[in-house]
Write a protein that binds this ligand. Sequence first.
Ligand SMILES: [Zn+2]
Ligand SMILES: [Zn+2]
Length: 156
Amino acid sequence: MDWFHCNQCFTRRGPLFAVSSCGHVCCEACIKSKQCSVCGASCRYLPITDEMKPQEKVFFKDPVKLIQSELQHISQIALFQRTQMERVAAHFKHRSVELERRLKEVAEQGYRQLSELKRENAALKKQLSELKRETAELKKPLSQRRVSPGQFQTDG
Ligand SMILES: [Zn+2]
Ligand SMILES: [Zn+2]
């Protein structure tokens, strides 16, 4: 970190640095207890170590790297959400295909039944007209019938 130095003696080397509650960075040699050696304000010091809390650590990280890691995090979130949406879309697409297939099946079944009924209706119409003809024949006086009663006689 190029910018990192003691605000009092401006050294960049040392085993321990601390940041004061008034926002000044001091090396171990420049730290005074309960008072900032830079501005003189009464303050507390936070040692700059790996044990700092994440919200404290970010102040000492490279902003470019912060943005990169944040972007990576955001892209993970976006990927997660896209996967979820794709899953839902795939489900509805599958269901739509299934419904279309069933609709086609039902329609074909309907057409089959309709043509069967048409065939049956034609056969019944034919039977009806035959029966009408037979009835008309039976209503005629015996003398006018084309078939003479003798033909119906059986032996005995
Ligand atoms: Zn110093
Ligand atoms: Zn200060």
